[in-house]
Write a protein that binds this ligand. Structure first.
Ligand SMILES: *Cc1c(COP(=O)(O)O)cnc(C)c1O
Length: 391
């Protein structure tokens, strides 16, 4: 089956009612036929649902689909993207271990590392996303995981997955990729040698801004090493959210096609606008990662970043002048969302720290939605003009 078909047709067993659409199983536990059935299931001798912190059919359907779509053997769904990332760290890192992390990672990923992993005796080093060759120098005998995001949030930095995979294989390090921005429809990191793929399903997998969720995809062996943390620490996904996300996957391919075409179109149109200093989009020829992006991705994704000429103050004036698009913290929604990282998500960093992850004071991130491109462009264009008036 092709990608689109798997996203629609892979399913768990239907109930006695033979419903056509995906059923929802909102139950915290399951019943057993008799003492022997209960014993065998608890023992693991017979596979079966016991308690929804361990397994649930609605969650299982999402896991089956995500594993198939990423080209992995197995998946674990979790309550959020962050709990997926934490499940992976908690399962593979012990006190004394070392982690290498691309400098351009999601804010909470960095904060978990700095505030918790460090406290538990796990050290880390940042790697420069622009220079993969320099990553080898950071490797120590105790390095266990190399963690990266491509394209990165919000700077849209691109990292060569194949090159990083070579380094990891050579040094026997687990390569973990946050594939949230690309989704498996545009990029399959496992194919390029990654060991573990992580998703914030909250973003494009849901795609409609409704629920939080996370997914980890890998080999059956590596997933088996993460299941005990999932079962015992309990970052499990709720059946309701899993049901939403499983239904959402049915439209992922068509949504991503439109996100990509709207975003690419917006990037090209913004380039011609007064007051715009630069426009970043992975599939635009002047992007420094263009060659790598077009090699490992089948579309440029739905995020465009552009820089206004007059820094912090124009960035905020631009947001104030927006009429249709949403000022919101999410991304990957049907609704176009504009954010100004320097005054919000990254305001606690110094100018130099922001620059190191590709965030300038005038940077605007647009999560390009599925509205008509003319309406998206017109709103952004009128806000640009209004924000320029005072200079
Ligand atoms: C949002 C996001 C996360 C965290 O996901 P949640 O579902 O909000 O916990 C992780 N990585 C990236 C790239 C994200 O955009």
């Amino acid at each position: 089956m092709k990608f689109e078909t798997k996203a629609i047709r892979l399913q768990t067993d239907r109930s006695q009612h033979k419903e056509h659409s995906t059923p929802l199983f909102p139950t915290s536990s399951f019943v057993f036929d008799d003492a022997e059935d209960m014993r065998a299931k608890f023992d693991g001798e017979v596979q079966g649902n016991i308690y929804s912190r361990f397994t649930n059919p609605s969650v299982a359907e999402l896991e089956t689909k995500m594993a198939a779509l990423e080209g992995g053997e197995k998946a674990i769904a979790t309550a959020s993207g962050m709990s997926a990332i934490f499940t992976c760290f908690a399962s593979f890192l012990s006190s004394g271990d070392h982690l290498i992390m691309s400098r351009a990672v999601f804010g909470s990923t960095f904060r978990v590392t700095e505030n918790y992993l460090l406290k538990w005796g796990i050290t880390f080093d940042f790697a420069d996303p622009g220079n993969v060759n320099s990553w080898t120098d950071l490797i120590r005998p105790e390095t266990k995981i190399l963690y990266l995001e491509t394209p990165s949030n919000p700077g849209l930095e691109i990292i060569d997955l194949e090159e990083v995979a070579k380094i990891c294989k050579q040094h026997n390090i687990l390569m973990v990729v946050d594939n949230c921005f690309a989704t498996p429809y545009l990029q399959k990191p496992l194919k390029y040698g990654a060991d573990i793929v992580i998703h914030s399903a909250t973003k494009y997998i849901d795609g409609q801004g409704r629920v939080l969720g996370g997914v980890i995809v890998s080999t059956a062996d590596l997933i088996a090493e993460m299941i005990p943390f999932m079962k015992n620490a309990g970052p499990s996904l709720s059946p309701f959210n899993a049901w939403i996300l499983s239904k959402s996957l049915e439209t992922l391919a068509v949504r991503m096609d439109r996100h990509c075409s709207n975003a690419h179109d917006l990037a090209l149109r913004l380039e011609m606008e007064d007051g715009v200093k630069s426009v970043r989009y992975p599939f635009k020829k002047d992007h420094p990662g263009y060659k790598i992006a077009t090699k490992q991705m089948s579309g440029g994704g739905g995020i465009v970043a552009f820089e206004v000429e007059n820094g912090l103050s124009q960035g905020q004036r631009f947001l104030d002048a927006i009429k249709m698009c949403s000022l919101s913290a999410n991304l990957g929604d049907t609704r176009t969302i504009v954010t100004h990282p320097a005054s919000t998500t990254h305001s606690k960093l110094t100018v130099e720290q922001r620059a190191a992850v590709g965030i300038t004071d005038g940077l605007i991130r647009v999560s390009v939605g599925l509205e008509h491109i003319d309406d998206i462009f017109n709103d952004i264009s009128q806000a640009l003009k209004a924000s320029m008036n005072q200079y």
